[in-house]
Design a protein around this ligand. Structure first.
Ligand code: N01
Length: 527
């Protein structure tokens, strides 16, 4: 094979298509039973994308983007999975995808300059190139609790949701975790179950989605010139929302009335662009504090029980953990069948056969939903068992945190590429846009190597050292590192604390273009 691709989510699917278009032989190994990646696994009730569907979609085929009809502003998980299936069928991708194919090791052979990928069933495949398309949020973080093996009810994780679904009717349910997954699932589970207890360690800031069916006239308008719509989005820092310009003023300078007016407008519009009402929300602590205070007041105006309202008000910088986009989350705590248990000071002590004990009190439940997130950005990559030159493992090379150049290649791992790897904007963008950028760069780089008689490419040590410094430098100019987020690896005990994604898509794209134009500056190309 020319290329082995790991993962058949949106990154792996497009990588396969792009390889074929370029005349390269390629095969995909996917641990799941179908395409769709994160949308294949995350089938929990309420799962929905927080990027508008007209943006969270491929743009490599004009026919595809014209023919596919999204029904809602924010697409549900089933609809996105149908879209992934449609793309796989339309471009006949499945004939080169092996499903239920768990990769257990990927080893570089120094003498032959090729990679051997081994599956759990012992099958091996050799290839000139390997592309990791494993996704940034695909390795479930499943904390263990004392006694959890004695619990007689059901325990499910949002990121590994049972395909047959979970019947909550008449059941007492616990949700542990209040990030995006928990916050999406909680309102729906509350409607379906007898009683819901939410165990919250850290409150999140969440902004209403104001989801609605898509207006056909609006869709026609976008489709009439989809290219311009896409181009505008790609020029924004997060590669999304080009039609909603960022405010030009500092939140620290406007009057209380003006602040209130702008934030009310953004709240009414809803979604991830809430912080874009001002030009310094994520770089100026004074501005950020004013916005955070406004949101806290908003929460207390919605939640009727003052103690619950107080607990739901986050104390952290707003936006340093990913903002959540919800449908009816705060209002759910006004329901008589929903309780909030604060586990910040008194963590979950243990599970019993019948429930969960916190601060000496047992909460009896039948089902526990772990909405406890992911070993983000590096978890799935490191599970691949990648071994590069001289038998060095990626796990060892990244012992102190991920080190690479442009988030694409690693020194000592020739011809191994990552799509949306750590060190690239990835999770701080509309990831479909980042995926397209990486896929197209990888394919054109392979073609460049072949055209110029090079057999291998990898990052130089110097380039990757300065790239890591660059990523840290950019992150430290923002408020992102100010709380314990998964961006920093802080949610997984023992994980090195390094800010992994790079803020700012357009600047990143120009840096990649410049390095490429300057004869692949920062990469070593060998004959
Ligand atoms: O995971 P999270 P997620 N005891 O890590 C808590 C994307 N996504 O799956 O904050 C008690 O955000 C943990 O508490 P704390 C999106 O990028 C997108 O919700 O660590 N609690 C936290 O509250 C998102 O950011 C979409 O103190 C424990 C929660 O579990 C990312 O995925 C939908 C605990 C985990 O929150 C991850 O979101 C869903 C413990 N031992 C996800 N361990 C959309 O597109 C962890 N927690 C809309």
């Amino acid at each position: 094979m020319d290329v082995v691709i790991v993962g058949a989510g949106f990154a792996g699917m497009y990588m396969l298509h792009s390889c074929r278009q370029a005349g390269l032989s390629a095969v995909v190994f996917e641990r799941g039973g179908g395409v769709g990646g994160t949308w294949y696994w995350n089938r929990y009730p309420g799962a929905r994308c927080d990027v508008p569907s007209l943006e969270y979609s491929y743009q490599f085929s004009e026919e595809l983007q014209q023919e596919w009809e999204w029904t809602e502003k924010y697409a549900t998980q089933p609809e996105i999975l149908r879209y992934a299936e449609h793309v796989a069928d339309r471009f006949d991708l499945k004939r080169d995808i092996h499903f239920d194919a768990l990769v257990i090791s990927i080893s570089y052979d120094d003498d032959r300059n090729h990679w051997t990928t081994t599956l759990a069933d012992g099958t091996t495949t050799t290839s000139r190139f390997v592309v990791s398309a494993v996704g940034c949020l695909s390795s479930a973080n499943r904390p263990r609790f004392p006694g959890d093996d004695t619990f007689t009810g059901k325990i499910v994780h949002t990121g590994e949701w049972p395909h047959e679904g979970v019947d909550f009717a008449g059941r007492r349910v616990a949700v542990i975790g209040t990030g995006s997954s928990g916050i999406q699932a909680i309102p729906i589970i509350a409607e379906q179950c007898k009683h819901l207890t939410v165990f919250q360690r850290t409150a999140s800031y969440t902004i209403p989605a104001h989801n609605a069916p898509l207006d056909p006239q609006y869709v026609r308008g976008i489709k009439a010139d989809y290219a311009t719509f896409r181009a505008k989005n790609a020029l924004t820092r997060a590669a999304l929302g080009g039609d909603t310009p960022t405010g030009t003023r500092s939140a620290s300078e406007v009057s209380d009335e003006e602040l209130d007016r702008i934030l009310n407008e953004r709240w009414a519009k809803g979604g991830l662009l809430f912080l874009g009402g001002f030009n310094d929300s994520m770089v100026n602590k004074v501005s950020n504090d004013r916005i955070a205070t406004w949101v806290r007041k908003k929460i207390s105006s919605i939640v009727r029980n003052p103690n619950t309202a107080r607990l739901l008000q986050p104390e952290t910088v707003i936006g340093c953990k990913r903002l959540v986009v919800d449908s009816g989350y705060y209002d759910t705590f006004n329901r008589p069948n929903v309780d909030l248990v604060d586990v910040s000071e008194h963590p979950i002590e243990r599970f019993t056969p019948d429930g969960i004990v916190v601060n000496g009190k047992e909460h009896e439940v039948d089902v526990v939903v772990l909405a406890t997130g992911f070993d983000a950005m590096t978890g799935s990559l490191l599970k691949l068992g990648v071994t590069g030159r001289n038998g060095t493992s990626l796990r060892d090379a990244w012992g102190a945190g991920p080190v690479n150049y442009l988030g694409l290649t690693v020194n000592g791992f020739p011809n191994f590429f990552m799509i949306t790897g750590p060190g690239s904007p990835s999770v701080l963008t509309n990831v479909l846009v980042s995926i397209q950028h990486h896929v197209e760069w990888i394919t054109s780089t392979i073609l460049h190597l072949d055209a110029h008689g090079h057999s291998a490419i990898e990052a130089t040590e110097t380039a990757q050292e300065s790239w890591v410094q660059h990523v840290n430098g950019v992150a430290s100019m923002t408020l992102f590192p100010m709380c314990n987020s998964w961006y920093l690896g802080a949610n997984v005990p023992g994980k090195p604390r390094v800010f992994m994604p790079l803020p700012g898509f357009p600047d990143y794209v120009s840096r990649v273009a410049k390095a490429t134009a300057e004869h692949y500056e920062g990469f070593a190309l060998t004959n």
